[in-house]
Ligand binder design. Structure first.
Ligand SMILES: [Zn+2]
Length: 295
């Protein structure tokens, strides 16, 4: 399913094209995805100006404001909220010659224009676990309240991770995946971050020391940053085909490598054995680690 790096890559793609554009038309082919779509509220966004495209956790937020010509008291800032669910794909086509035919499982499209360009934002989602909603700036949105730190925010740091895991018996990998604490760390990234930090993923969170907490923060950020970097080169596959989008192609050090030698210690000539990567199941999720170098 699309994870934080995929959503961040879509955001980075949309932002320069859409910032400053006017939403000129919204076409909805259904009135629900995972949740009902507030059709009246979505259509009320037509005519507004896009001020920014942001990401919060795995939600895309297209910020809008009234046109400068509209009296300021008419309506304030709001945002279109888009979630890709399990199989959603959101992409932009600029200056299409004709409106392209609707694809199978394409549920909505939005037309946006600037003085120079006309953009078509399209959304396709075979399993319909995605979402389209409107966020009013003055009202906390139910999907956004209670979300934990962003991995690239300074508030996510070793001191915070260490302090918030004291007395927590849960496995550190499970803690990292708890979106009420920290967003954006899916199952694959959690295993990879623990490997990079040389921390055993099943270690009780309370036993993670202060230095290991620092390493975990670096590990989480590095694995996500590399996935985002890889995303630029695989975005075409992500949006282009009819297959479900998957994780960006990225070198994985432990995930899916059960029985294979560890990339860090597996070819150590003094090790004497292959130090294979171990696969276990933690809370129903495949979890990989090196039994030799992760403590
Ligand atoms: Zn190892």
């Amino acid at each position: 399913m699309p994870e934080l790096p995929e959503v961040e890559t879509v955001r980075a793609w949309l932002a320069p094209a859409l910032a400053g554009a006017t939403l000129s038309r919204v076409e909805l082919r259904r009135d629900d995805l995972r949740y009902p779509i507030p059709v009246v509220l979505v259509q009320a966004q037509v005519g507004r100006l896009v001020t920014a495209v942001r990401r919060r956790a795995k939600y895309l937020l297209i910020d809008t404001a009234p046109q400068p010509t509209v009296a300021a008291d008419e309506s304030g800032a709001s945002a279109l909220l888009i979630h890709l669910g399990m199989s959603g794909r959101c992409w932009l086509e600029s200056d299409p010659v004709d409106p392209p035919p609707w694809r199978k499982h394409e549920h909505w499209r939005m037309w946006l224009h600037t003085p120079q360009h006309q953009h078509l934002l399209r959304y396709q989602d075979a399993r319909r676990f995605g979402a389209l909603d409107v966020v009013e700036a003055t009202t906390p949105h139910r999907l956004l309240v209670g979300l934990g730190h962003e991995p690239f925010d300074s508030a996510f740091n070793g001191a915070w991770l260490h302090a918030s895991t004291r007395n927590r018996k849960t496995a550190i990998k499970t803690f990292l995946m708890d979106a009420t604490r920290l967003v954006g760390v899916g199952n694959i990234y959690a295993s990879e971050a623990c490997w990079r930090a040389r921390v055993h993923p099943l270690k009780p969170a309370a036993k993670v020391g202060r230095a290991a907490a620092d390493r975990l923060v670096v590990g989480v950020r590095d694995v996500l940053r590399e996935a985002i970097a890889a995303g630029g080169s695989t975005l075409k596959d992500f949006v282009g085909g009819d297959e479900n989008p998957g994780y960006f192609q990225q070198r994985l050090d432990v995930y899916g490598r059960g029985g294979e030698p560890c990339h860090r210690c597996g070819d150590d000539p003094d090790a004497g054995d292959q130090r294979p990567i171990v696969r276990v199941v933690l809370l129903g999720r495949a979890t990989y680690f090196c039994a030799a170098c992760q403590r």
